[in-house]
Design a protein around this ligand. Structure first.
Ligand code: HEC
Length: 219
């Protein structure tokens, strides 16, 4: 009923305006007051008119629905959802395994290598195209950093390096940190760090066995 009234009022106003604009031969001085009068008469009819969007079919957050089990329109939050301003605990530190290192290598190649370079020298392809150069992971200061520092830099960024929190899952940060440690060790290891390889070399074996993960690689 209200919708009909609103439509009629709008139509009346529109018609009077259109009529005033199209009637030729009538002096403008007489046209304008007539159109104004018609519009004014139709105006009170608009009182109480609302936009149709206010009446559309919708589900209110706590309102009832039979669209899904539970009967309430608001859905349950999936597990793991946190508020935007919650302070998150740092991810627990896992033990270093070959699987963790392999995962770390894979993620490092994707997320870090473009800038830090395949061996961590800070000469990635992006840097060679003009991006600020990161320090080498083999520099004295970074050789001495705790593995947790890598985890924190990934999560929070550091200087001009922006955070990778939205691209590297918390568990993968430790995996990458372990791989960075392995990269560092690879350049400073001695034969004593890889006894199997040392034995193979001494025995004159043509091919050294693939080294196992040394204990020092632990973050
Ligand atoms: C887009 C380029 C870029 C990418 C990708 C990148 N970094 Fe960096 N990183 C930098 C730059 C540049 C710096 C030096 C920042 C500074 O000193 O202002 C840096 C610094 C660091 C440092 C040293 C912090 C210190 O104490 O000096 C660590 C550790 C680090 N990055 C780890 C990582 C890891 C791990 C990844 C992959 C998840 C990564 N970065 C991805 C550019 C990058």
């Amino acid at each position: 009923m209200a919708t009909t009234r609103c439509s009629a009022a709008l139509a009346a106003i529109w018609c009077s305006a259109a009529l005033a604009a199209t009637r030729r031969g009538t002096a403008p001085a007489r046209r304008a007051p007539a159109a104004l009068l018609a519009a004014l008469l139709a105006l009170p009819l608009l009182a109480g008119c609302r936009q149709e969007m206010a009446r559309q079919r919708r589900l209110d957050p706590q309102g009832p629905t039979d669209a899904w089990p539970g009967g309430v329109a608001a859905r349950k939050l999936p597990p793991g959802v946190v508020a935007r301003d919650s302070v998150l605990e740092p991810p627990p530190r896992p033990s270093v395994t070959p699987a963790l290192l392999a995962r770390g290598q894979e993620r490092f190649v994707i997320a870090c290598q473009p800038c830090h370079g395949a061996a961590g020298d800070g000469d990635g392809i992006i840097v060679r195209r003009g991006f600020p150069r990161p320090p080498s992971f083999h520099a004295r200061r970074l050789l001495a950093m705790p593995a947790r520092h890598v985890v924190e830099v990934i999560g929070q960024g550091y200087g001009v390096m922006y955070a990778y929190a939205d691209r590297v899952a918390p568990a993968d940060r430790w995996a990458i940190a372990a791989y960075v440690r392995a990269l560092q060790l690879s350049r400073h290891a001695t034969l004593a760090d890889a006894p199997e390889a040392a034995n193979a070399l001494e025995a004159g074996a043509p091919e050294a066995p693939s080294p196992s993960v040394p204990a020092e690689a632990a973050p």
